[in-house]
Design a protein around this ligand. Structure first.
Ligand code: APR
Length: 329
């Protein structure tokens, strides 16, 4: 059964096969784009490593008895294994799947993010680059290609998530999102704050919208707000059922899609449903982050800055922690 990262690497294997079959420049470019995309998606390779003696000692059946607490005598550093590609070129080897790793001489492998693999190659003087799938349809990735992919990844203006504590009505962004109710006729919480700050014209426009279903999103002007637009979305009232997460995710996705339709490139969200609607922050935040990141992946051609506006310290801290975890992958 292939693991998710191996399925994701299929596109790289196909791009390598395509380049090897034609050796044409466009295919090479396609392969570089594939490598960059997989890297940005958090893709991984299996990297062949030298297993340090300390690790072998630690798991030596002669010395280890059941129940022992294994304590390495020194820190265990897995060093990538060098592979002699030809007389002149030493490289680090990496595999797109276990199947590729098992096509040749057995070696210990650990899964490493593509970004880390590239960085480990660039940091090692003695190697000329990395060899992908050395026992099969191999492809040699020279250092300058790795550097170009890493540079391209930071150069393209990519959508980003920012977290800030404060009052969403004060933000100078293209659009702020309102955690409204289905009537769209105002309420308490952030809904009340936004209507107070935007002024009565906001309510007048909302009256023309005919309400809004849970999970849906509707756009109005921002009136006296710094933000040009307000997107009103209606979060689920927490019930503890799986449908809650689906509806909450739809609020973020539908708001972002509506923002894109209006060429909005900076948007602030409150922590939807986590107030009056009772959605526990620890459950709502990962749903919100995943929904935004999934939308980014499906809209890589559109750059938008997403600001998660936290009204209190606890929301802010939890967002930071969850975002750190997501980035660590
Ligand atoms: N700026 C940023 N965030 C805010 C602000 C503000 N000025 N005011 C409140 N919040 C935060 C809350 O602390 C909470 O984290 O917005 C989040 C959402 O809370 P609510 O506003 O209560 O919204 P929600 O839980 O989605 O409930 C929606 O409440 O206000 C009514 O009319 C609204 O019926 C609807 C329901």
């Amino acid at each position: 059964m292939k693991q998710e990262f191996e399925l994701g690497n299929k596109a790289i294997e196909e791009a390598i096969a395509g380049f090897r079959a034609t050796k044409d420049k466009d295919r090479l470019l396609m392969l570089m784009v594939m490598l960059q995309r997989r890297m940005e998606e958090g893709g991984q390779f299996l990297v062949a490593v030298e297993v340090p003696q300390a690790a072998i000692d630690m798991i030596d059946p002669e010395t280890v008895k059941a129940g022992d607490v294994l304590q390495a005598k020194e820190d265990i550093r897995f060093v990538p294994r060098t592979l002699q590609l030809n007389a002149a070129k030493e490289t680090f080897a990496a595999f797109t799947s276990r199947e590729e790793a098992m096509k040749g001489e057995p070696s210990s492998v650990i899964s490493v993010s593509i970004r880390q693999f590239f960085e480990s190659v660039l940091a090692e003087e003695k190697v000329a680059g990395g060899t992908l799938n050395p026992w099969g349809e191999l492809f040699f990735v020279p250092k300058d290609m790795m550097q170009a992919i890493l540079n391209a990844s930071t150069a393209t203006p990519r959508s980003r998530i920012f977290i800030e504590q404060g009052d969403i009505t004060k933000l100078d962004v293209d659009c702020i999102v309102n955690a409204a109710n289905r009537s769209l006729l105002g309420g308490g919480g952030v809904d009340g704050a936004i209507h107070r700050a935007a002024g009565p014209e906001l309510l007048a426009e909302c009256r023309t919208l005919g309400g809004c279903e849970t999970g849906q999103a509707k756009l109005t002007k921002g009136y006296r707000l710094k933000a040009k637009y307000v997107i009103h979305t209606v979060g689920p009232i927490y019930s503890g059922k799986p449908r809650d997460a689906e509806l909450l995710a739809e609020c973020y996705r539908n708001s972002l899609t509506l923002a894109r339709e209006h060429e909005i490139h900076s948007i602030a969200f409150p922590a939807i449903s986590t107030g009056v609607y009772g959605y526990p922050l620890e459950e709502a935040i990962p749903v919100a982050l995943k929904a935004v990141m999934d939308w980014f992946r499906e809209n890589q051609d559109y750059m938008i800055a997403v600001l998660l506006s936290c009204f209190d310290e606890r929301t802010y801290t939890l967002y930071q922690n969850f975002l750190e975890d997501t980035r660590r992958g």
